[in-house]
Design a protein around this ligand. Structure first.
Ligand code: FES
Length: 133
């Protein structure tokens, strides 16, 4: 298995038009399943950014770690993204509440806005961030 943090070329399993995608390995799927969320950093347009992976109801999604109310991270640096019930993502600053799989804010100061979803590929037991820029 390839190591976290390295770039690889993968093709999306099950895709009708398999095309190699270059991407950054973010996490092992088993680790994400066990932890629920995993934070990571990536570079885009020459800027260091922060993202986080979510495993919820058997699906994997990834978002930039930026609240849609004010452009600050959802967590306080502690990697906590879910509410106490484990059903929604919550910004710790003012409580914006997001649906885990869509990223849509359903309560709080930015209702109707959505977290920025990142393009992921699952391959060979790892979660890969597809390079878009
Ligand atoms: S900064 Fe996230 S709810 Fe205000």
């Amino acid at each position: 298995m390839a190591a976290i943090g390295i770039w690889i070329s993968v093709s999306s399993p099950g895709c009708k038009h398999p095309q190699a995608v270059t991407g950054l390995i973010l996490a092992r799927l088993e680790d994400l399943k066990r932890r629920g969320t995993i934070k990571f950093t990536f570079r885009e347009d020459g800027i260091q950014r922060q993202g986080f992976l979510v495993y919820y109801q058997g699906e994997v999604v990834g978002y930039e770690n930026v609240c849609r109310h004010i452009a600050i991270t959802l967590d306080y640096g502690d990697g906590e993204f879910f509410d106490g019930e484990g059903t929604h993502l919550v910004c710790q600053t003012h409580g914006a509440t997001y649906e885990p799989l869509s990223g849509l804010c359903i309560a709080g100061p930015c209702v109707g806005a959505s977290l920025r979803k990142l393009e992921l590929v699952l391959a060979d037991g790892v979660v890969v961030l597809a390079k878009t820029k």
